[in-house]
Design a protein around this ligand. Structure first.
Ligand SMILES: N[C@@H](CCC[C@H](N)C(=O)O)C(=O)O
Length: 280
């Protein structure tokens, strides 16, 4: 079967077009092909499926075979792929995801046919702690937390998938140690993505440990959740595009002050295409 290798600022994916060439969603196979030594290598597999009252549908399987509700960098890659290969015949369209219907706008890079700039309306952030989900009543914003002997303040925000964000400087060694500890901490019934963030000169810098994919070069939903948390903490403005730096590149994120939507803008790049024998 044919596959496409994409990345969104270094968060890399194997894309399968199951509209043209249907195959079953197979989490165990995804784990094998995402392996960077024994497979193609990727942070996840993106399945493009027929729309459900939308133009197309996206499902994301993480490198460890777990399924996530949403993927911000992935949905930009899916949107670019749908336009470039004619799965949709317009550059503004809708995508069904595990968190509902999202709107995409795709603009080609005039200087590079392999890159597009994609804006996604990522929908409303979820702040009710039990819905994130975390084991807490109300909103978990700027709350004290302790893990593995380290005390810090943190925020829980869902963009369909759960994110746990701290703006405290806990030191590089604690960041490396706490990423995997927090992902599986009992406070998070569905595990969590973890963002270690700093705000400098109005820009947000994030190191991310992803649920089901470990350390990645970027997380789009993480950038959105962190911008919402930063705005709620008064660290960046609402209703204004904020530059968000991840290890693999930059995104622009706008958080609506009425908490009705979050806009994500960033690139999606095709790296290569290939064929793989689907059955081992
Ligand atoms: N990298 C993604 C998020 C992928 C899913 C995540 N690991 C989860 O399990 O929630 C993004 O760009 O949003």
């Amino acid at each position: 079967m044919k596959f496409w290798k994409y990345h969104g600022i270094g968060n890399d994916f194997i894309v399968l077009d199951c509209i043209t060439d249907p195959v079953p969603v197979d989490p165990a196979w995804c784990e094998q092909v995402c392996d960077r030594h024994f497979g193609i290598g990727a942070d996840g597999v993106l399945y493009i499926l027929p729309g459900q009252g939308t133009d197309i549908t996206m499902r994301i399987i993480n490198a460890d075979s777990s399924e996530a509700e949403m993927c911000g960098n992935g949905i930009r890659c899916v949107a670019k792929h749908a336009v470039d290969t004619g799965l949709v015949d317009k550059d503004e369209f809708t995508i069904m995801t595990g968190r509902g219907v999202l709107k995409a706008k795709v603009r080609k890079d005039p200087d590079d046919e392999y890159t597009s700039f994609v804006q996604i309306d990522m929908g409303a952030p979820i702040l009710d702690a039990r819905s994130v989900p975390v084991d807490f009543d109300g909103r978990f914003i700027d709350q004290p937390f302790e893990a593995d002997g380290v005390k810090f303040h943190a925020n829980a925000v869902s963009m369909g998938n759960p994110h746990f964000i701290t703006f405290d400087d806990i030191g590089e060694e604690n960041v490396r140690r706490l990423g995997p500890v927090l992902e599986k901490h009992p406070f998070f019934p569905k595990k969590t993505n973890v963002e270690f963030a700093q705000v400098k000169d109005g820009k947000i810098h994030i190191t991310v440990y992803e649920r089901g994919a470990a350390w990645t070069l970027a997380c789009g939903t993480g950038a959105c959740a962190t911008t919402v948390a930063a705005a709620l903490n008064g660290l960046v403005p609402f209703d204004t595009p904020v530059d968000v730096r991840l290890p693999g590149g930059w995104l622009k994120i706008t958080a609506d002050s009425k908490l009705g939507y979050v806009l994500m803008e960033g690139p999606a790049e095709l790296v290569y295409t290939g064929d793989i024998d689907y059955l081992r």
